[in-house]
Design a protein around this ligand. Structure first.
Ligand code: BGC
Length: 779
């Protein structure tokens, strides 16, 4: 039976128990995601100590990026608040107060600019093309920085988001002139500086060499609503930092593969050639033997760990490794053990020197305490995609395993020869349970009974008038990104399902109103972005108020920096409960595109440069979410959405091997291990074909090769921006989101012309129905 949809959220503004419980999980994730990059002994810094807090992110701490990945939480704890709450004595507020004024002015100017641009296009376009970046800092001087010898915590901030890439320029990837001057000022005053990076991604840190007064560097990243509290814990040593980088931090931007050609750098936003092939991230730096600033997997602690190999054996179709981790220092803490496969270099085929094949985080180890970790590594962890064979193979050659706590701090555990090349005839496939099978069959029978017009309705999202790219197209749950159509035809009854954005939590409207009779007053896109600063809807008299407070978790990259799969599953489970609480079925997350280049504007939503780490994170997240009955994840953006400028039209020219090994691998792992409810295709083209229209991606690879039987949907308004509506259905892309009248027209026309067959529509519609049947919309 279909569940009656209630108005979601609370009638009262009071903090609910679920909020408190979920915040605790957000804090746990934040505390484990912080990476200590440098420490010359100044940290930890005892609570109660006097510190001077400066920098753009100190009070205006950035909790996450902009766009659909934003979350409308109740409140976020800034770094200033976090430090104060944990008992630090903060001196001299003058500089921060001046920066407040700078910030407010910049915000007002930015909003004005959006309004001006809006006159020439529309609000959505104007908004996306005018991201608000934290304004440059005011000058530090004796007038606004208090003299003293207490340490300075200096917080650099950067924000980025959907629709626009970052730039390798001052004020973005590089320090601004003013930030540089300010560091100089502090250096000259001989202040000890603790640098905190409140950024969604990397920055050029070459200035570190110049400022000897910088005594410690912490990569806070963007920690969600609990970021400030988590940072205070790490600064004070209450939490020993255990986060590790999920990307390679090069000495300079130009060291990244294809840096000069990336996105707007070469003036060509139409075509992006992935010339580096499989050599992305550390694979590239290994091949080039190029020195890096911080290697992949790197992160320091306030204690020292030793890692000892205990056993390493080759077994039937797998390898077994056992290592012992011991806390050799004087403070308790956690360590991450990383296992890499050393790939053969003596073969005809190119292979990366090493690749991550396993990892685990220890429990909190007291001084002198040890823990034994065991790893089973399946032999296909060593495979590569052979373009001639069109199969996964293991090359003949010399292999080994390395273990350690960073990609540059490794010991060899096992060396072995692979005598003959192995070709895998069949791939492992997603297992289908009996229950799933009968649901799929039932859905197919239901779809068969529907008229063409009804099938068309089901494969397009339910749009309520205006279509917006950054979704707020749902009608039943205000602020949700979209919903599907519910319908009834004789005995066939299909529930609508609601879809909500992520990946840093749920993105819903904080507040909405209904009439006394229960009709939801619609909200505009303007009122939904950035906490409603562009438009505060006039509260209606004689209306009923509802409040929807969602938990803002750390951004995707920071979650991955925990390297703690159990913790990610716990975050997922919390998200799952929130989905159920708000009667939503699909979470439009995790985001799992590869950090191909540090300037991609949406890297913050994604996990890493490494496909294995990405896949494991997404699988753990999915397992957590889907442990709650009736709700599921949507892996996105499938695939190669590695830049934001011209994201709807850019053509990613990528070789088959890199596509399989780097850009699809994470999706493959998550699909096979965790069987997510849904996948979302990306906006861009891949080798000339829009991902949304790619039969190869949706049908051949995902369904036939991997055995995926869930739902595939488009990204929002893809079909209004280059991809064809009928092309989606032909490709096996089941659901066109958020749905538009043009989609209906195109599909009907294609049916009439015979360029789309009813059978193709039935297949897609039956997958939409199967998802609805699997959802929390039934009792
Ligand atoms: C984004 C997606 C998001 C969708 C719905 C699109 O603009 O690319 O990641 O899920 O909007 O809001």
């Amino acid at each position: 039976m279909i569940r009656e949809m209630q108005h979601t959220g609370e009638r009262s503004r009071e903090e609910m128990e679920y909020e408190r419980a979920h915040r605790r999980v957000a804090r746990e994730a934040a505390r484990e995601g912080i990476v200590l990059l440098e420490n010359q002994g100044i940290l930890p810094l005892q609570k109660g100590t006097k510190v001077q807090l400066l920098g753009a992110g100190a009070r205006r701490t950035i909790k996450g990026g902009t766009g659909s990945g934003d979350v409308n939480e109740r409140e976020s704890v800034s770094i200033e608040e976090g430090l104060r709450r944990s008992g630090y004595e903060l001196t001299g507020q003058k500089w921060l107060e001046e920066y407040d004024a700078v910030y407010e002015q910049a915000r007002a100017d930015g909003m004005k600019l959006v309004r001006e641009k809006e006159k020439k296009s529309n609000f959505v376009e104007a908004f996306f093309s005018t991201p608000f970046l934290s304004p440059d800092e005011n000058r530090m001087s004796e007038q606004n920085v208090e003299e003293g010898d207490e340490p300075v915590i200096y917080v650099l901030a950067r924000i980025s988001g959907e629709g626009t890439d970052r730039r390798n320029e001052k004020g973005d990837f590089k320090l601004s002139d003013r930030e540089y001057e300010n560091l100089h000022y502090l250096q000259e005053k001989k202040r000890d500086i603790i640098l905190v990076l409140n950024t969604g991604g990397m920055m050029d840190l070459s200035f570190l060499e110049e400022f000897s007064q910088i005594q410690a560097v912490l990569y806070l990243t963007q920690g969600g609503m609990e970021g400030g509290n988590a940072l205070a814990e790490v600064l004070s040593g209450e939490t020993n930092p255990s986060g590790k980088l999920t990307d390679t931090w090069a000495m300079q931007y130009g060291d990244y593969p294809g840096a000069a050609d990336f996105g707007a750098n070469n003036g060509n936003l139409e075509t992006e050639e992935y010339k580096e092939g499989i050599l992305v991230g550390y694979r590239w730096f290994d091949a080039q033997e190029k020195k890096v600033r911080y290697p992949f997997g790197y992160g320091r602690s306030y204690t020292e760990f030793s890692i000892q190999g205990k056993e390493a054996v080759a077994e039937e179709q797998q390898y077994f490794l056992r290592v012992q981790v011991t806390n050799e220092g004087g403070r308790s803490g956690k360590e991450v053990v990383q296992v890499y496969a050393g790939m053969p270099q003596n073969t005809e085929n190119l292979h990366e020197k090493k690749r991550l094949v396993a990892f685990a985080k220890t429990r909190e180890l007291a001084p002198k305490e040890s823990q034994v970790l065991e790893f089973w590594i399946p032999e296909d962890a060593l495979s590569y995609y052979d373009e001639q064979e069109e199969k996964w193979c293991i090359d003949a050659g010399s292999y080994c395993f390395y273990v350690g706590n960073a990609s540059d701090n490794l010991q060899t555990l096992l060396k072995f020869e692979q005598e003959k090349k192995v070709i895998f005839a069949e791939e492992k496939k997603v297992k289908r349970t009996g229950e799933e099978q009968s649901r799929i069959e039932k859905a197919a029978r239901m779809a068969e009974q529907l008229t063409d017009a009804e099938l068309v309705q089901l494969v397009c999202g339910a749009f309520g008038g205006e279509v917006s790219q950054l979704g707020n197209a749902a009608q039943s749950v205000p602020g949700a990104a979209g919903e599907t159509v519910g319908l009834r035809h004789g005995d066939v009854e299909v529930a609508n399902i609601i879809l909500v954005d992520g990946p840093a939590g749920l993105r819903l409207s904080r507040h909405y109103q209904t009439s006394r009779a229960g009709k939801i007053y619609p909200q505009t896109f303007e009122s939904m972005v950035e906490g409603g600063i562009f438009e505060k809807p006039e509260p209606k008299a004689d209306a009923v108020d509802y409040y929807q407070y969602c938990t803002a978790f750390p951004i995707g990259t920071m979650l991955a920096q925990t390297w703690n799969l159990d913790l990610i599953t716990k975050v997922g489970n919390t998200v799952g409960e929130e989905l159920e609480h708000f009667q939503v079925t699909l979470w439009l997350a995790p985001g799992m595109n590869i950090h191909r280049n540090p300037l991609c504007g949406r890297n913050f939503e994604y996990y890493s440069e490494d496909p294995y780490l990405t896949g494991k994170m997404a699988a753990a997240m999915t397992e957590g979410v889907q442990a709650v009955p009736g709700v599921g994840t949507t892996l996105k953006h499938f695939a190669c959405n590695n830049q934001e400028d011209n994201r709807n039209h850019v053509n990613a020219v990528v070789g088959e091997r890199a596509l399989r090994e780097i850009y699809l691998k994470g999706f493959e792992i998550a699909v096979k291990e965790a069987n997510p409810y849904a996948i979302m295709t990306s906006y861009n083209k891949i080798n000339g074909v829009h991902a949304a229209n790619s039969e190869k991606l949706c049908t051949k690879i995902a369904r036939e090769e991997w055995g995926y039987h869930g739902l595939i949907m488009t990204d929002w308004a893809t079909t209004l921006n280059g991809a064809e509506s009928a092309g989606c259905i032909r490709a096996g892309n089941d659901l066109i989101m958020p749905g538009a009248k043009e989609d209906h027209e195109q599909l009907k026309e294609a049916l009439a012309k015979g360029t789309l067959e009813r059978g193709q529509l039935v297949k897609c519609a039956s997958r939409v129905i199967a998802t609805a049947l699997h959802s929390n919309r039934y009792v």
